[in-house]
Design a binder for this molecule. Structure first.
Ligand code: SAH
Length: 246
């Protein structure tokens, strides 16, 4: 009988090897085949020299999942890799959907990773110590009106807000609108942390305010964390207090 194929959807973490989980590493090592977007494949090049590798460009998510399923059906163990946590704006959901639609009995296991908001938060101090909302500003797959609505509610609820996909070459306005919406509920001096390339080569950390945040570089490698009404800055670190009395 053929060996049973299996799919792992693996979150590689933010980039540095030290921030990849031991389980992610173990699963990649025991896989026959690795599938992923080229940038992520490059992150683990040294770990996968002996493996079959299928790398593809961006916006080929469905093809990548279909390919992954086809490979698993041949009896191979295949890891579909993506950055951060694969269940946070990653590949886990679409992989499960593709397998379900194909009515396949191939097993899929999701291996969690350190997501960008956790990596960025750690570099800033402790900004997401209290309730927070992550909102992606990418309107490629989500109606912009729904994104705006969520920004309003997150602001109204005094959530700390982690903004993923804040700005790209083709999407410049979204971060400006997001700031304007949050300013309806949050003060101008609300603390904002901007982390580019968190926990990987070239990390930059900026601490600013909602008023001034647009004066700083924000791009697709950046996560923006907007504090709540209690968030403050001490010794260069952001703290959103949990509420302990000292
Ligand atoms: N699955 C990923 C998120 C993919 S969406 C995760 O869990 O982290 C892509 C967005 O994530 C980027 O536009 C950026 O906002 C954020 N991001 C991913 N890696 C990052 C890093 N190392 N530093 C800062 N932001 C990052």
């Amino acid at each position: 009988m053929n060996k049973a194929g299996k799919i792992f959807v693996v979150g590689l973490g933010p980039g540095d090897r030290a921030h990849m989980t031991l389980e992610a590493k173990a699963v990649i090592e025991k896989s026959d085949v690795i599938v992923g977007y080229k940038t992520y494949i490059d992150l683990i090049k040294d770990m996968i020299e002996d493996k079959e590798v299928f790398s593809s460009g961006m916006k080929k998510e469905i093809e990548r999942c279909t390919e992954t399923l086809e490979i698993a059906k041949q009896g191979k163990v295949v890891s579909l890799v993506s950055s951060g946590d694969s269940g946070v704006y990653g590949m886990a959901g679409i992989m499960l959907e593709v397998v379900s639609k194909a009515e396949s009995d191939i097993k899929v296991e999701i291996i969690p990773g350190v997501t960008a908001s956790n990596a960025a938060a750690a570099s800033l101090g402790a900004p997401i110590m209290h309730d927070y909302a992550t909102i992606s500003l990418s309107d490629l797959l989500t109606d912009w009106s729904l994104i705006e609505k969520r920004l309003h509610y997150a602001g109204q609820g005094d959530f700390v807000v982690c903004l993923y996909n804040p700005k790209s070459k083709g999407r410049q306005k979204q971060i400006e609108i997001a700031r304007e919406i949050l300013l309806k509920y949050k003060k101008q001096d609300t603390i904002v942390g901007i982390v580019k390339n968190a926990k990987r080569d070239g990390e930059t950390v900026v601490i600013t305010t909602l008023k001034d945040m647009l004066k700083h570089e924000i791009d697709m490698f950046t996560t923006v964390i907007v504090g709540n009404s209690n968030t403050y800055l001490v010794n260069g670190k952001i703290i959103t207090p949990r509420g302990y009395k000292l």
